[in-house]
Ligand binder design. Structure first.
Ligand SMILES: [Zn+2]
Length: 335
């Protein structure tokens, strides 16, 4: 049996095909092991036996295992069919979908759906090497602590504009007609940002920024650098010199965060950044492609020590994304 994922171009096509748990398990087995025998997740032995209970047995280490061990589906009490549907809906919507809505649609409790969604979102992230070139726009966004809305006594001195005393900066790089890379950064000093640019943007690329001094070293670092002077209300100096692309990404990101998710806890904000980045970077792809991509990530062996302990999940997952940084979410206001 070989499943052609391109057939799943609609939710109904997916639901029609995956009408039993066994079909879901077969899809996971195919994704993990291809047409070969099940590989023991404990010792890597490749000659294993199928048991009558649907599990597998390893003659080398004498352990039994199921097809879901080590995947995000391990030990789940929710049917795989519901998992597949949830993943399809998350991957196919433009703006994301809330746990409340999905819980109603799939007939599980909101709490259960919340756990499922956080595992699904954990599949996103910069795991592949991305290299931007051609024309790349760069900009920072500051989240949290809108000082002008606070009472005088609660304001912090010098927190306007680029100050990060009460705000958390996100740095973004967007290739025109290409991909975007965004991440939380410790601060927006040139010394912090230039190594990140060096990692993701090819030398010689034409870069567009605003006039901030943090971008002064781009030329020195081998990039063509053109900038627009926002301070002088000179938003578009020539038709090409602008940062409208990355600003559009920030605007979209803020809309999704505040319309779909309403409130986001500080621990999970990196996942929402990853999710929106992923949506942007796959915007030209079909729903069937996005589902298959997510499904293949879901079937990868995760090193979860405690699957249900979300704090440990965040720790182990994010430690592996070497350029991902923890996001501190200070308030629900966007500066
Ligand atoms: Zn084994």
């Amino acid at each position: 049996m070989h499943i052609n994922f391109s057939r799943f171009n609609s939710l109904i096509a997916l639901v029609d095909y995956f009408n039993t748990e066994d079909k879901c398990k077969a899809a996971i087995a195919q994704q993990r092991w291809g047409d070969g025998e099940a590989v023991c997740p404990y010792c890597g032995h490749t000659h294993t036996y199928s048991c009558t209970d649907g599990r597998y047995s390893c003659p080398n280490c004498h352990k039994k295992f199921s097809v879901t061990v080590g995947t995000i589906f391990e030990n789940t009490k929710v049917s795989l069919r519901k998992w597949f549907m949830a993943m399809y809906m998350v991957s196919s919507t433009k703006k994301g979908v809330s746990s409340h809505q999905l819980a109603r649609d799939l007939g599980v409790t909101q709490k259960t759906m919340w756990f499922m969604l956080h595992k699904i979102r954990g599949l996103y992230g910069i795991t592949d090497e991305i290299e931007l070139d051609g024309e790349v726009e760069m900009d920072e966004m500051y989240l949290g602590g809108r000082e002008t809305n606070k009472h005088d006594s609660k304001r912090t001195e010098g927190t306007q504009g680029r100050s990060i005393k009460t705000k958390t900066p996100i740095f973004g790089m967007l290739q025109r007609d290409g991909k975007v890379v965004a991440m939380k950064v410790e601060d927006t000093k040139g010394a912090t940002l230039m190594p990140i640019v060096g990692q993701f943007v090819k030398e010689g690329t034409v870069t567009y920024t605003d006039e901030a001094s943090i971008y002064n070293k781009l030329t020195e670092n081998g990039y063509d650098h053109l900038f627009v002077n926002h301070g002088k209300r000179e938003f578009v100096r020539s038709s090409d010199i602008h940062t409208n692309g990355i600003e559009g990404f920030w605007a979209h990101f803020k809309r999704v965060i505040f319309s779909t998710y309403h409130c986001v806890s500080k621990d999970y904000l990196p996942r929402y950044i990853d999710e929106q980045m992923y949506r942007w970077n796959t915007r030209e792809e079909k729903s069937s492609y996005r589902f298959h991509d997510m499904f293949s990530k879901a079937c990868k062996h995760f090193d979860y020590n405690d699957v249900l302990s979300l704090s440990s999940v965040v720790d182990t997952e994010y430690r592996t994304f070497h350029n991902r940084v923890y996001y501190a979410w200070y308030s629900h206001q966007v500066a």
